[in-house]
Design a protein around this ligand. Structure first.
Ligand code: NAG
Ligand code: NAG
Ligand code: NAG
Ligand code: NAG
Length: 648
């Protein structure tokens, strides 16, 4: 693909952009070649008197200014640069163009301390194309300085932007919504940002952007300076000025001819938006040096991440489990792989073997202590009583882990085949420890006919026990923790079928609100526990992952993710939710001496969210992983492959 677009930027200035997209070995290489012709506009030629030297700018900045083709300050530059350098707020009426962009880039670059790796200047613009153009002008002007410029807009990759922000950024150019998003995620820190520029303020103060901008201002330090540039001064601009600018210096450069000529210049760029986005991502891309190299995974959990534990102890989960991927039962309550399998795959590690699976297991890259039906708190019932919870509760899983650690090292030291089957000693501190447990602690209360309030009341006890286990693992060397919160229990067919709620308590997605409210309560409390643990365990990196939100989005917006009936089980036997407690997925009946499969799977599990009334399909698990892998659902918002970092 090749795009070439040329259009008039100003009366006498031509701007042309080339986007070259070449597909190289399956990956797209985007190179951005952008040239701005020398600004030979009337504004510059009529400038008299002032010289750039008069502003006592840094030598390197002056070099950039001259190399960019500016000989003398244009009227808008002449007015705004010296005032901006004094730290004053400015409201400037100015038309579009490179010289206007330079009028705020120059003081911005001058004020940045390049040895201080924090965001010091933020430039907000209404469109991606203007963000790109602005960053390009700032980069060119600052090319002899060691100032890092970053662009972020709604079309750049959130993942790339998050990763990019771990590297030094001094000047950030972006659209308000995205910048606010990054600020709220805690990755974009504005407390050292002393200059905020709002370009095309009349457009920025449209109802779409204004609330975001007002929120953003709250994150700036008290001593912030705001520069507003606008082609017109409508009421919203004046109003904003009165509320947020402090004794602003008002610049009113008018050039009616230019104003008319400039209308509609931006915005004709949409067709290359993708190219712009990719070009920006390329500019923002960073080295892979911050990636963690997890040599192993140790997982703790319930059926959401059981890869064979319960099957090893209580008999195999029979067909059709495993049919989509393994083509035979594989110890998973799923048609294929689980989230933990996709995590392993993403980290380049083998799928985890269950600790309890003594035949054919290879633990060289980790082990899985999860079993279906596990709870955090030990239950007082057995698997065959109400609800059917696993005896391998989290405390038991920890004991197994502890034993595993000690015994694997003993055997590894014997050499031979043990060396290839068991993890190295150092893997216990380098590994990723994943946790997905708690859902059954909530469900067990419902099976004991407790009210949601009664269940809520014991959540603190459940979480106190969870917290202890994380501490024990830490004391055994664990450092990187990836903690899934609990999913929307109230959207699961088995809960809705067995414990139906009144119509008025069903949400717009069709889920039972009371159960989801308890899950959300559990998650809020879990998050608090994670915050406490971060304080108590100084060397631990603990990532809290909002799996609830990722799963709920599959159920509330199934079409968007390629799914059809999110509330019915793919594999089951009739009823509103295709779920029947007594005739589960894979159940058979004897009829006339013949076995007949009555708990049948749907034809195409890849378009179903729910597999058997309790568990998600492989397709849904894959979608969940895709959503969470880049950190968009995490606190802190770091990607999976960076989860070893405590402070980024
Ligand atoms: C700016 O200048 C124009 C033209 O001289 C004038 O009409 C307008 O009122 C001025 N605006 C302000 C805010 O001073
Ligand atoms: C099991 O019983 C003990 C003793 O009565 C009680 O303290 C504990 O909370 C019970 N556990 C659960 C999960 O109900
Ligand atoms: C165990 O798995 C590792 C990594 O996949 C492999 O290198 C090793 O040879 C395996 N051991 C055996 C005995 O198969
Ligand atoms: C819960 O209530 C149902 C219906 O009233 C009853 O059949 C069941 O035995 C009760 N379960 C427990 C654990 O009390």
């Amino acid at each position: 693909m090749f795009f070439h677009c040329t259009f008039f930027l100003r009366r006498y200035t031509r701007f042309s952009a080339f986007f070259v997209l070449a597909s190289v070995a399956g990956s797209i290489l985007v190179s951005l070649l952008q040239r701005f012709s020398t600004p030979l506009d009337a504004d510059v030629t009529v400038t008299k008197g002032n010289e750039f030297e008069d502003y006592y700018l840094k030598r390197e900045l002056l070099m950039g200014i001259y190399e960019k083709g500016f000989e003398r300050p244009s009227p808008i530059q002449k007015e705004s640069i010296p005032i901006a350098l004094t730290g004053s707020d400015i409201l400037a009426r100015a038309n579009k163009g490179t010289d206007k962009i330079a009028a705020f880039c120059i003081p911005g670059l001058e004020k940045i301390d390049q040895d201080n790796n924090v965001i010091q200047v933020v430039i907000l613009v209404p469109t991606t194309e203007l963000a790109l153009q602005t960053s390009q002008v700032c980069r060119e002007l600052g090319k002899h300085l060691k100032i890092q410029v970053m662009v972020t807009t709604g079309v750049t990759s959130l993942t790339h932007d998050i990763i990019r922000l771990y590297q030094p950024v001094h000047l950030l150019v972006g659209t308000p919504g995205r910048v606010l998003d990054l600020v709220k995620k805690g990755v974009c820190i504005l407390k050292y940002c002393s200059m905020l520029v709002m370009d095309e303020a009349d457009k920025l103060l449209s109802p779409v952007f204004q609330p975001s901008i007002e929120q953003l201002i709250q994150f700036l330090p008290e001593s912030r300076q705001i520069l507003m540039f606008s082609a017109t001064f409508p009421v919203n601009v004046k109003d904003f000025k009165d509320r947020y600018l402090r004794k602003p210096y008002v610049i009113n450069i008018t050039d009616e001819l230019t104003l008319k000529g400039g209308v509609g210049v931006y915005g004709s760029f949409d067709m290359v938006d993708l190219a712009v986005a990719q070009a920006v991502n390329t500019l923002n891309s960073v080295s892979a040096s911050k990636q963690c190299h997890f040599p192993a995974i140790f997982n703790f959990g319930d059926s959401n991440s059981d890869t064979g534990g319960l099957s090893a102890a209580f008999g195999q989960a029979g067909p059709p489990h495993g049919e989509s991927f393994f083509h035979h039962p594989a110890g998973r309550y799923c048609d294929g792989r689980l989230i933990v399998d996709f995590i392993a795959k993403k980290l380049g590690l083998p799928y985890l073997n269950a600790f309890l699976d003594s035949v054919g297991s290879n633990y060289s890259h980790g082990a899985n202590f999860a079993t279906a039906g596990s709870t955090i708190r030990p239950q007082n019932t057995t698997l065959h009583q109400t609800g059917g919870f696993s005896p391998f509760s989290l405390d038991v899983q920890f004991n197994q882990f502890s034993d595993f650690q000690r015994r694997t090292q003993f055997f590894r030291n014997k050499g031979g085949v043990y060396k290839t089957l068991l993890p190295k000693a150092e893997y216990f501190s380098q590994a990723l420890y994943t946790f997905d447990i708690g859902q059954n602690d909530l469900a067990s209360g419902y099976f004991h006919n407790m009210s949601t309030d009664q269940v809520k009341a014991y959540v603190p006890d459940v979480l106190a026990q969870f917290k202890n286990v994380i501490k024990y693992v830490y004391n055994h060397g664990g450092r990187s923790f990836w903690v899934h919160n609990t999913g929307p229990v109230g959207c699961l067919p088995y809960i809705m079928d067995l414990h139906p709620v009144k119509r008025s308590l069903v949400d717009e997605a069709g889920c039972a609100t009371p159960y989801n409210d308890v899950a959300k309560f559990f998650n809020r409390e879990l998050k608090k526990v994670v915050v406490q643990l971060r304080k108590e365990l100084p060397l631990a990196a603990i990532t809290y992952v909002d799996v609830y939100a990722a799963k709920y989005s599959l159920i509330s917006h199934p079409k968007k993710h390629g799914f059809e009936e999110p509330l019915r089980a793919c594999c089951g036997h009739g009823g509103k939710y295709n779920y029947n407690l007594h005739i589960g997925c894979g159940a058979k009946i004897k009829h006339g001496g013949k076995e007949i499969l009555v708990g049948k799977p749907c034809r195409d599990p890849s378009v179903w969210v729910n597999w058997d009334g309790v568990h998600y399909t492989e397709a849904a698990n894959k979608r969940v992983l895709e959503q969470i892998v880049d950190g968009a659902f995490s606190d802190p918002p770091i990607p999976l492959n960076m989860a070893c970092h405590r402070n980024l």
